[in-house]
Ligand binder design. Structure first.
Ligand code: PGA
Length: 260
């Protein structure tokens, strides 16, 4: 298996904090993790709760920390009577530069469809936020041998009408649902197979240039002990880390494993 160094793509490692951390806890994390981030080859991102976006973005600026702050969800309108929702331009205003869209917890707990996610993707792109689009199959779909079919239909519907130019600004994340928060990581081989399938699908629909350049992250029970092997796969360009991103030590170990 060729080493990742043969790839030209940027390595992007994102922490997804989900519904964890108050403002104080978030700021403490940024203070603690900053001196631990030795890797110069990795773009390190944190998708924090809405309330923590502005304070962490300000702190990152003040410290000159090598961190990029983003959100975990948004609505597709620019503004309006949508109680409890947040707009892309509000995330940008608070200091976010990217947003996770279509996370499996949004798809399965909050019943978001790919066509709804597609609207959000388009809005984020229009308003200047980088969408990180998550896709992935359920355990039963995997057992029925439907992984590729699920990935294809999620990609097709979530990216419907997105131009090659816009797609080149996005990040994709393969997150098998059965691996999220379960401790069961996909084997590096299985992850590589899914990533290759995703890349080939993008090449087929949007062309070679975009398909070869797009960053595809792996997510699902990433830990310091498995990060390096996952990152060494040819088509795994980065990681989306949930649980292990909440602790500065384990998160920095994951980031720094890229240098080992
Ligand atoms: P996990 O979550 O690392 O805790 O499995 C990943 C994710 O949901 O993005």
């Amino acid at each position: 298996m060729p080493r990742r160094s043969s790839k030209k793509r940027e390595c992007v490692i994102t922490g997804n904090w989900k519904m964890y951390k108050t403002i104080e806890e978030a700021k403490q994390f940024v203070e603690n993790v900053t001196p631990k981030l030795s890797s110069s080859q990795v773009k390190v991102c944190l998708a924090v709760p809405f309330t923590a976006i502005h304070p962490t973005a300000e702190l990152v600026k003040k410290l000159g920390a090598p961190l990029v702050i983003g959100g975990q969800n948004m609505y597709d309108a620019t503004e309006g009577a949508f109680t409890g929702e947040i707009a892309a331009r509000m995330l940008l205003d608070a200091g976010a530069t990217f947003v996770i869209l279509g996370h499996s917890e949004r798809r399965h707990i909050f019943h978001e469809s790919s066509s709804f996610i597609n609207k959000k993707v388009k809005r984020a792109l229009k308003d200047g936020l980088t969408p990180v689009l998550c896709i992935g199959e359920l355990d039963e779909e995997r057992h029925r041998g439907e992984t590729n079919a699920v990935l294809e239909s999620q990609l097709e519907a979530s990216l419907e009408g997105v131009s090659p130019e816009d797609l080149s600004k996005m990040i994709l994340a393969y997150e098998p649902v059965w691996a999220i928060g379960t401790g069961h990581t996909a084997t590096p081989d299985d992850a590589e197979k899914a990533h290759l399938f995703i890349r080939e699908f993008i090449v087929e629909k949007w062309g070679k240039k975009i398909g070869n350049a797009i960053v595809i992250q792996y997510g699902g029970s990433v830990k310091p002990s498995n990060a390096q092997e996952l990152l060494s796969q040819e088509n795994v360009d980065g990681l989306l880390v949930g649980g292990a991103s909440l602790d500065p030590t384990s998160f920095s170990e994951i980031v720094n494993s890229k240098d080992l």
